[in-house]
Structures are given as C-alpha cells and as structure tokens.
Write a protein of this length. Structure first.
Length: 361
C-alpha cells in the first residue's frame, strides 16, 4: 500500500504525549540582515578553511570513524582543563543534552526547567518521555543562592537544566548560585554554557566539588562553526559512562571529528572576535536605551533581549519588511513584550538600529 493510500493517515500517528507539539526552529529567511539565531557573523578565516580541507582530504571515509572520538576528546579536555574520562562530544550540544536525558531521565523520571529559557530543554525532555517540572522565574526577582536552592529542592527533579548565560534573556548565573543549585539538586545539574565564552561566569570551576554537575558547550557560537554541529560536555567520568550506553554507534562522523580537532588548533583565530562582539554588544545596548520607550536586559551573551512600546509581533514584521530578521520571544513566560537580537557586524547592527528607530517613529 502506498503512503497516500486511503486509511493510512488514520493508522499512522505519533505518541500521545507528542501530540500537539511543533518542531523547534527559527525562521530561515533570505534577508540582508539576519540576526535571529545567535550565529557569529564573521566567517571562518580562509587560512583555517584551507587547513580544514587538508584534514578532510587525509580521511579514510570508506572506514567508520573512531566511535570514542578519542583524539578529539583529548584535545577538548586539554582546551577545557578537564580530565579526558569526563569529557564527551556529540553532534552539537543539543545531542549532548538528548543523550543526558536518555541516560539519566526518561520515562518515570523528571527534568526541571526554569522559564524563560532555551526551548529545547523542554522539547527534548518531552521527546525522551521525561516528565517536565516547570518553574517560572519573575523578571523582577533575581535568584540568590537560598532562593535557587529552595526552588531546586522543591522540584526534586532527576535532572535540572540551568542555562548560563540564559537564552533568551542573556544573564549569567553567579558561581555561588550554581554551587547552591548543585548542592540542593537530588540528581544531575546540567549547566548549558552555549554562550559561556561571551561572559565571565563559568561553571566548570565547580566540577571538582560537585559530582552531579554537567557543563555543556558548543562550537556553534564563539567558535563560529554553527554549520559543523559539534558540542561537548564536562562532567564526572560516571556521567560519560552513562551517556556511552545510549549513544548511537559511530555517532560522531570522521568529518566532524577532524574539523573539530583542527578548529581547536586554530582557536585563537576562530575566537578572536569575542572581544569585538562584547564591545559591539555594549554599543548596541547603549543605542537601544536611547530610543524612546526601549528597555534592554543585561547580557553576558552575543545577543540582547529588549522591549519596546510597540506590539512585538507587529514590530518583528515591520523590521522584516525593512530587511532585518530578529527573534520574537514574546511567547516565552514573563517576556510578552520582548524581542531578541543577535549582535552582528557593526554594519548589520547599524542597519538594525536604523530600522528599529524608523519603526518606532
């Protein structure tokens, strides 16, 4: 029977707990100024691309890759200042998060998500059959160590997600709050540091005294390699042993391993934009608050979350009409009047600021 045969649609349906979900994803539109997915606006330098091409030419692509990604993990461990046995890599930090849920959560277990935060945490939890425990943190109440510990202890989740710097709001969590969260959590605490290189607060310093802590990172932001799909975790070796149970055979391609290894060799060149991005972030933030009625949240990431007097959906559409694509985050809890803009090149940011000023006028 063909896929279009009568009655087939009635027999093919997703799991009941997935019914009503929509796939994650931001609009991929061909516009002059694309500032909606927090990519680095600067391309990989030509000299680095040439080296990557040479590395790929030397691969034996007719053979399976090293399923332990040993050489890459050794280089990642050296880069992060962490032990090899507690370092793991996968196809973007999203696959790392999925593997953690498969190994340490899933049916009969729960995951805590503190909103507003990265939407994939909730989506991955639901996709793996994990019961979701959601708490909403008000905009006007910053979490101190005691409040954070109380929140985590009350949820009593098997796995706690904590995003720092948080996406989409941009604020980083201080080490004392993270330490309190790890001490109070009955299970794993997964600190998502996708934007960690743009800030000053890092969780890895707590690994030696918090065996339930996992730090996840990515090559998609500061390493300007979103197209490579490479992420990694730092944790106690027991966490890596658990993740190894659920990984697919040869999950990390030879291409990804080779490119990641050479990227670490060139990390100085690849990450040279960070200081410029941080300065540009402060310039854009200062320009935004000079516009009438605009408010900006403090950010340790490569983006800014801002509010205006204009309906965010109408403003998003107006900016798009002017060739500027930003992210509408107004559907997130507590962010009903907010948009998020990635920090681009100075020319891209000027175009965004000009378009915004025109729309507000």
């Amino acid at each position: 029977m063909s896929a279009s045969a009568p009655g087939m649609a009635g027999r093919v349906r997703v799991r009941d707990d997935l019914a009503g979900m929509v796939p994650y994803g931001a609009p991929q539109l061909d516009v002059p100024v694309r500032l909606n997915t927090n990519e680095t606006p600067y391309p990989v330098p030509e000299a680095v691309l040439d080296d990557l091409a040479e590395a790929v030419r030397r691969l034996e692509l007719h053979r399976y890759p090293d399923r332990e990604a040993t050489e890459l993990r050794e280089a990642l461990a050296l880069h992060a200042g962490h032990g090899f046995e507690g370092t793991w890599a996968a196809n973007g930090s999203n696959e790392v998060l999925q593997q953690l849920l498969l190994a340490f959560a899933g049916p009969g277990r729960s995951a805590l998500v503190v909103e507003p935060t990265y939407a994939m945490h909730s989506l991955l939890a639901r996709a793996t059959g994990t019961r979701l425990a959601t708490r909403v943190q008000p905009r006007d109440q910053l979490l101190d160590p005691t409040a954070a510990a109380d929140l985590v202890a009350e949820a009593a989740a098997d796995l706690t997600f904590w995003c720092s710097p948080n996406n989409p709001t941009g604020e980083a969590t201080s080490p004392d709050v993270l330490a309190a969260v790890c001490a109070a959590a009955p299970g794993l605490v997964v600190v998502d540091e996708a934007y960690g290189e743009f800030g000053t607060s890092h969780a890895a310093g707590l690994l030696s005294r918090a065996p339930n802590l996992v730090v996840t990172r990515t090559f998609s932001k500061a390493f300007r390699m979103a197209g490579v799909r490479l992420g990694y975790l730092l944790a106690d070796p027991a966490v890596v042993d658990g993740v190894r149970l659920v990984r697919l055979p040869y999950h990390l391609s030879a291409l990804t391993q080779a490119v990641g290894l050479r990227a670490l060799h060139h990390k100085g060149a690849l990450m040279s934009h960070i200081v410029a991005t941080e300065r540009e972030r402060e310039r854009v933030a200062a320009a935004l608050v000079r516009l009438p009625g605009v408010g900006v949240l403090p950010s340790d990431a490569n983006f800014l979350c801002f509010t205006t007097p204009v309906d965010p959906r109408r403003l998003w559409s107006g900016l798009l009409d002017r060739g500027v694509l930003v992210r509408d985050v107004s559907s997130y809890p507590t962010l009903d009047r907010y948009l998020r803009v990635t920090i681009g090149t100075p020319a891209e940011d000027d175009a965004f600021l000009a378009a915004l000023a025109e729309e507000l006028a």
